[in-house]
Design a protein around this ligand. Structure first.
Ligand code: AOF
Ligand code: ZN
Length: 364
C-alpha cells in the first residue's frame, strides 16, 4: 500500500468522521474518534458512543488487538489520563505498546489538559500534537466552551430577508429561506442538545423543532414563557417525538401547568425567568450545546446575558419591507454604530439562493 504524504491529516479527518457517529449521544463528553495504523494499513477504529461508555481509543485498541504493538494511534482529542466514568486511555495505550500517538488537540478539561500527552511521552511514546487542529476544535467547540465556562455553548440561529426582517408586519414567516436551508437547520439541530424558543414562537408558528428531514437524534425542546399564555394543544406538547421543557415564572397559569405535565411536558418555575438561569439548569443537566431559535426580544436578552457565543444567520435574497416587520435581534441598548458587536472568525456559505453567515461573538 502506498502511504500518502499527508497521511496524518487524512487519518485525523477519518477520526473526525468516526467521532461524528456519536453526534447527539455523547454530552457532556466530547465527540472523539480514533484510528490505529500499522504498516500502512488501518488495523483498528473506534469512536466514543456515549458518556459512561468506553472512550474512542479503547474501541480502536480492542479492534486492533495484538497488532497494535508498534502502531500509530490517531485521535482528535488528547487521550485522557484520569479516572472518570472510565479508566485512563493513556494506560491502555501504554500497555498496548503503541509507538506513536497523533493528537488533534489538547483536551481543555482541567483534569486532562496536557497531562495525557506528558504521560505518553514519559512512557517513551512519540507524540505529535495539533494535526487538523482547527477542524478538531470546531467539532468540539461546544464541549470546550462548556468545560471552560461551566455553561452550555449558545448558538443564535435566525433566517431573515435581505432587508433584515424575520417576518412580515403581520407576523407571517413561512418561509423566509429555501428548502435546502431549512433542511440544513434540521442538521444543525441534530448537532445540538437543545433548541430554545419563546412563547411567541409557539403561539404564532406552532413549531415541531425536530430533525425529521435528516437522520440523528432530536434535541430537547425548550420553551421560555414568562406568563405561560400558551395554547393547550401544540406540536411541542407531543413528547413521544422528543422531550419538551417549559420554563415559566413562579405561579403562572397553574391550570395550564397541570395540563402540560399531564401530557408529559416538564414545567419548571423560575424567578426571575432569564436566559442565563435557563442555561444554568441546562448545564446541570449535562447539555453541551443549545440552539436559540427564538425571536428578537429573547435573542437580544440572551446576547446581553452573554449566553450566545455563535451566530448562524441565514439570509434570503428577497425583500418584504415594513417598518413594523420584526428583525432578528431586539434592543441591545447600543446607541452608536461603533458599539455594534463585531463577529470573529466569520465564514460565508451559499445554500441554494440563500447565504449562511456564521461567526462568533467571542474569540474561541
Ligand atoms: C479520550 N477519549 O473518547 C473521550 C475523552 O467520565 P469519562 O471517563 O468518560 O471522562 C470524560 C472526559 O474524558 C471528558 O470530559 C474529556 O475530557 C475526556 N473524553 N477522552 O481520551 C474519548 N470521550
Ligand atoms: Zn480516555
Amino acid at each position: 500500500m502506498i502511504i500518502p504524504d499527508n497521511v496524518d491529516q487524512q487519518m485525523m479527518q477519518r477520526c473526525l468522521t468516526l467521532a461524528r457517529q456519536g453526534l447527539g449521544y455523547t454530552s457532556p463528553n466530547p465527540l472523539v474518534g480514533a484510528v490505529i495504523v500499522k504498516d500502512g494499513k488501518i488495523i483498528g477504529e473506534g469512536f466514543h458512543p456515549k458518556a459512561g461508555e468506553p472512550h474512542a481509543e479503547v474501541f480502536a485498541l480492542r479492534e486492533a488487538g495484538e497488532k497494535a504493538v508498534g502502531g500509530t494511534v490517531y485521535v482528535n482529542l488528547e487521550p485522557c489520563n484520569h479516572y472518570g466514568r472510565t479508566p485512563p486511555c493513556t494506560e491502555a495505550l501504554i500497555s498496548a505498546k503503541v509507538a506513536r500517538v497523533v493528537v488533534g488537540m489538547v483536551d481543555p478539561n482541567p483534569l486532562v489538559s496536557g497531562k495525557g500527552i506528558a504521560r505518553l511521552q514519559e512512557a517513551g511514546i512519540e507524540v505529535t500534537v495539533g494535526v487538523e487542529e482547527a477542524a478538531c476544535l470546531r467539532l468540539n467547540e461546544a464541549f470546550c466552551h462548556r468545560i471552560l465556562n461551566n455553561q452550555p455553548f449558545g448558538i443564535l440561529k435566525y433566517a431573515m430577508t435581505l432587508d433584515g426582517k424575520i417576518s412580515s408586519s403581520t407576523g407571517h414567516s413561512a418561509w423566509v429561506t429555501g428548502t435546502k436551508s431549512r433542511q440544513l437547520v434540521h442538521q444543525i439541530r441534530a448537532g445540538c442538545d437543545a433548541v430554545i424558543v419563546g412563547g411567541n414562537t409557539v403561539r404564532r408558528d406552532n413549531p415541531h423543532l425536530t430533525i425529521h428531514q435528516v437522520t440523528g437524534v432530536n434535541p430537547l425542546r425548550v420553551v421560555m414563557s414568562r406568563n405561560l399564555h400558551l395554547p393547550e394543544e401544540a406540536n411541542l406538547w407531543n413528547v413521544d417525538i422528543a422531550p419538551t421543557i417549559v420554563f415559566t415564572e413562579w405561579g403562572n397559569n397553574p391550570s395550564l401547568q397541570t395540563k402540560l405535565r399531564d401530557k408529559g411536558v416538564e414545567v419548571i418555575e423560575l424567578s426571575p425567568l432569564t436566559p442565563s438561569q435557563v442555561m444554568d439548569i441546562l448545564y446541570e443537566r449535562q447539555l453541551c450545546s443549545v440552539l436559540w431559535e427564538c425571536g428578537g426580544v429573547l435573542g437580544a436578552e440572551a446576547i446581553t446575558q452573554r449566553v450566545i457565543q455563535k451566530i448562524m444567520a441565514f439570509i434570503a435574497p428577497k425583500i418584504i419591507g415594513g417598518f413594523s416587520a420584526a428583525s432578528p435581534v431586539g434592543d441591545l441598548g447600543l446607541d452608536k454604530m461603533s458599539d455594534a458587536l463585531p463577529l470573529q472568525n466569520v465564514s460565508f456559505r451559499q445554500v441554494e439562493r440563500d447565504i449562511l453567515v456564521e461567526g462568533y461573538l467571542e474569540a474561541i
